[in-house]
Ligand binder design. Sequence first.
Ligand code: P6P
Length: 285
Amino acid sequence: MTDADPVDDVVATIARSATEIRQGLVGRRGKADAENPSGETQAEADVWADELLADRLSSIDGVAQYASEERSDIVDCEDDRITVAVDPLDGSSNLKSNNTMGTVFGIYDEPLPAPGSALVASGWILYGPITTMAYARDGTVTKYELTGGERTVVEEDVTLPEDPLVYGFGGRVPDWPDDFREYVREIESNPDHKLRYGGAMIGDVNQVLTYGGIFAYPALEDSPRGKLRLQFEGNPIAYLIEAAGGRSSDGRQSILDVDPTDVHDRVPLHVGNADLIDRLEDALE
Ligand code: P6P
């Protein structure tokens, strides 16, 4: 075991791998003949990105577990200090249409399944016109541009803008519970708000971080736990948005306070400006 900080090593490895992941998407836009633990058909790129990250992250000193949205079982590693949870390619269905996608990561100081309160850092890579990373640690958020395996700080102490601008809500309107649909009507009635929904949560959440607003994939009538995964998506995103001065909620409480039962638990996810989330929780009472 070395004295190096395993959290820094994990984040540096993910940032360095982003350029390679982006380039590796070319030629891997088809479907794999497999499903992930959530029952979704995997893209070739899902499987490839997961194997690349598993190989690189599980061998880092200090990493006890590697867990991924794309694999049922957790990889037990040599060490015992931190657990890395990743969504290797968020929004891989956008690959065929060449729209934004992301890589999401959460670093926990205890084995999974773990509450978001056990996170020590989290972040996401966004494969947009530019490859960028948003990273939260010790209560602050930093934005980087990534190219050629290098990362450049472009903004420090990132916070959500005071005035919310964008909103984006997943699921079909007829499948939303009535109280959520009513809340959305109120958001939409504000002429200052703009709809932004791109089918890859990281693209949408990064807009909320940049412009202020709200993103949600709510509970649906036929799936009360929504769609998104707590360990790999909900917790890491909630941790970063709360570090940027926003709020998160499963409809009742901060996502970070949700007690998990299984590594692949889903969670209704709502993140964004604090007053919009406060109003959401009032509306869902
Ligand atoms: P829908 C991508 O598959 C994902 O997990 C999130 O990135 C995204 O926000 C959501 O699902 C999109 O779901 O039902 O709109 O296709």
